[in-house]
Ligand binder design. Structure first.
Ligand code: DX5
Ligand code: ZN
Length: 218
């Protein structure tokens, strides 16, 4: 069974509580929450006031995907909002190993995200400490972009790296995932998929989540 994490980035924020209620009733495994600073990525999403609203309305575990520079400055603040996992970008952390330990000290699971062009070698000496690797299958910053096909090869190579190192990290893939390409993503070795627009632009988000969850490797 594939883990499915809906990304609320493309939902209607005027009705956030309604969106979160629908996700609560769905088969989603966790909520994927995209925080952007307008520096690491060319877009600004939201910060602590929205995290507070999410905490009040969600019944699902929350993964924060931090598309921000120097995330270490905010981890302690964000951890107060009942966050289960914090995923930082390797490209945004000069001292990635140290940031991973900081996340764990705060009682959260630790994830590291890689941009589409970033080599897997960045993970060679930190993979054993990670609960998850998030492979970006679009350039981060916006929902609704097209899946980059080279990601499939990268997923397989990451699977091999995890096996070789005896690590336990899950592989999450983020960006452009829909019912047409999810089987390829899972077949390449993904454990979890993030989906924003394919879920929230659909007429029935709960059903869209269930369909993604049913994806099986070929
Ligand atoms: C993009 C974000 C994604 C995004 C996914 O920078 O990290 O989580 O919301 O949205 P879709 O599924 O529409 O590509
Ligand atoms: Zn994301």
């Amino acid at each position: 069974m594939t883990f499915v994490a809906p990304s609320i980035l493309s939902t209607d924020f005027a009705h956030l509580s309604r969106t979160l209620a629908a996700v609560n009733e769905s088969k989603a495994d966790w909520l994927h929450v995209d925080v952007m600073d307008g520096v690491f990525v060319p877009n600004i999403s939201f910060g602590t006031p929205v995290l507070k609203a999410i905490q009040q309305h969600t019944k699902k575990p929350v993964e924060l995907h931090l598309m921000i520079v120097q995330p270490e400055r905010y981890l302690e603040t964000f951890a107060r909002f009942n966050i289960n996992q914090m995923t930082v970008h390797a490209e945004a952390c000069t001292h990635l190993h140290s940031v991973v330990q900081q996340i764990k000290r705060l009682g959260c699971k630790a994830g590291v995200a890689l941009n589409p062009h970033t080599p897997l070698g960045y993970l060679e000496y930190v993979i054993q400490d990670l609960d998850m690797v998030c492979l970006m299958s679009v350039n981060p910053g916006f929902g609704g972009q097209k899946f980059i096909p080279q990601t499939l090869e990268k997923i397989s190579q990451l699977k091999e790296l995890i096996r070789r190192k005896g690590a336990a990290a899950l592989i999450e893939v983020d960006g452009g995932i829909n019912q047409t390409n999810v089987t390829d993503v899972v077949s390449a070795g993904a454990d979890a998929v993030v989906a924003g627009s394919s879920v929230f632009d659909s007429s029935d988000p709960r059903q869209a989540i269930a369909a993604l969850k049913g994806a099986q490797a070929k």
